[in-house]
Design a protein around this ligand. Structure first.
Ligand SMILES: [Mg+2]
Ligand SMILES: [Zn+2]
Length: 241
């Protein structure tokens, strides 16, 4: 194993509900979709269909043009601790990637109105997500990061993206909030979890740090990185932040 200075950890962030305060897809569906979207959601929550199939079916029910969709997305706020978290990572040269089942269209739009400090902090952050485009009067979905051999039915296979971006076997840190993060949480060395992901981790005895906002994650990581103690923490059992 190379030492910590050569082998910096990599931070992976979920988007909806983790970076954004509200899930952008749920917001779009609640505002603009025919009510059948709820039945599709139930199928997904029960584990009978994967995220890819779920999103394809749900987005086909959305009746809104980009103008209305954009106005709704502009009302969605970003966790106020995001800039601090990205700055902490930049200061320690820790790469950050966003991995999301959600759509690039929504992610870009929501991040674009988050202000100049965040725009600077987002400089090198890459986004791995599903793709949404408006063409010929309707929405089209694509899944560029769905993985061959993914048995989960993911829209974006988070563990596959994480493996692909981590050829050198760096320690991985994952921050998430929902059920679509469960496979990522199972494959990361250090997990920050809230909401349904925290429930899932608790139920499965997956070690995790409970957090409420990204400012807390930033402070926790800062302390670990400064003490070069990520390895010790990653192998520790669940800690409540
Ligand atoms: Mg989420
Ligand atoms: Zn998968």
């Amino acid at each position: 194993m190379p030492d910590g200075s050569q082998n910096l950890p990599i931070l992976f962030l979920d988007f909806d509900g983790t970076i954004s305060e509200r899930d952008a897809i749920d917001a779009m569906l609640e505002a603009f979709a025919a009510p059948e979207w709820l039945a599709v959601e139930e199928e997904w929550q029960a584990g009978r269909i994967g995220s890819r199939e779920c999103l394809r079916a749900q987005m086909a029910l959305v009746r809104a043009a980009p103008k209305e969709a954009g106005a709704l997305l502009d009302s969605i706020k970003v966790d106020r601790g995001l800039a601090a978290l990205l700055e902490t990572c930049a200061a320690h040269r820790v790469p950050v990637h966003i991995v999301s089942d959600g759509f690039d269209y929504c992610i870009r739009r929501i991040l674009a109105h988050a202000g100049p400090r965040l725009a600077r902090a987002l400089g090198d952050v890459r986004v791995f997500s599903s793709r949404l485009t408006w063409e010929g009067g309707r929405w089209h979905v694509e899944f560029p990061y769905f993985a061959e051999g993914c048995a989960h039915g993911c829209a974006t296979c988070k563990p596959a993206v994480m493996r692909r971006l981590n050829r050198n076997g760096a320690r991985t840190v994952f921050v998430g909030d929902g059920l679509s993060d469960r496979y990522a949480a199972e494959s990361a060395d250090l997990v920050f979890a809230k909401a349904k992901l925290a429930d899932y981790c608790r139920a499965r005895s997956i070690a995790h740090v409970f957090y409420e906002d990204l400012g807390k994650v930033a402070a926790y990581l800062e302390a670990l990185l400064r003490a070069d103690a990520l390895d010790a923490s990653a192998s520790a059992q669940a800690v409540e932040a």
